[in-house]
Write a protein that binds this ligand. Sequence first.
Ligand code: ATP
Length: 323
Amino acid sequence: AVPDPDATGPRAGSATSVRVEAPGKVNLFLSVGAPRPDGYHPLTTVFQAVRLIETVTARRQALDARGRITLTLADPDDAVPTDERNLVVRAARLLAEATGVTEGVDLLLRKRVPVAGGMAGGSADAAATLLACNHLWGTGLGLGDLLDLAARLGADVPFPLMGATALGHGVGDRLTPLMGRGTYQWVFALSREGLSTPAVFTRFDELSATRVADAGAPAAPAEVPEALTAALRAGDAEALADCLANDLQEAALDLRPELAEVIETAERAGALRAIVSGSGPTIAALAPDSATAQRVARALSASGQCADVVRADAPVAGARVVG
Ligand code: ATP
């Protein structure tokens, strides 16, 4: 945070801007149950925060700005709205309403997580915004309160506040940190066009309807296998690869059959496993080491099957103030 030497009165000594970084995520495990009456799907998931970092800078406004919340993108992108549809604007507004703040804020967002890629970039932005505005406005909420506000913005918003590796219950918003050691090497194959998360869940429901009719009662989400938590505790990438699972993969592949080829390319080039990340269409490939990750990234780039390829290690810390 940058101190404002010109500030006077009640603002004296407070920052004029606060910069926060928050990570994107990959789901190591995602088991989806049948939808509840409210339409939400109960799920069990394991999130891992990856070094694809979103940056939100919150700047104090001139006193006559009348409480406006503005958002500017460092790299303008037609797929990312800058009005009330953006989770960043909604996060700032929610915090202001919850704490009675009437002052506005100018927000600057720099994105590194692919948009609509199943890596919760928008959720990371919202988490970063809650933390940045909490500091800028001096609202002083603790992590518990920020997690509660985050859950009201979306099921994936609490996790980037926490970072590292965590178990998610409920609709993914109730978190328990998971112990682990070591660093994992991920390669992400990005698609030219995003996939809408609701569309993937709808396809999931359609595909499960047949199964439910065949098997009787609708399924509750599965528990995380002990082998997965043991692999994390041991820092064993090979054992972890065996446990990677994503119930949404079938639906994502059904909507984008060409993603199966991306998975094959990654695994042929040496990835231990490649899976659909969250609701897709990003493919996440786990490599045994950095040299193999490089080989996998090169093979994916050369295949012409993806729009871009990025490498990232994991796990990394949750949202934090960096300036
Ligand atoms: P998730 O995995 O949580 O479903 P995602 O990573 O697939 O999310 P996002 O990039 O978070 O998808 O957002 C998808 C859509 O949400 C975008 O197409 C965009 O219209 C809208 N959106 C709202 N806020 C943001 C934001 N801050 N960044 C990107 N998209 C946003």
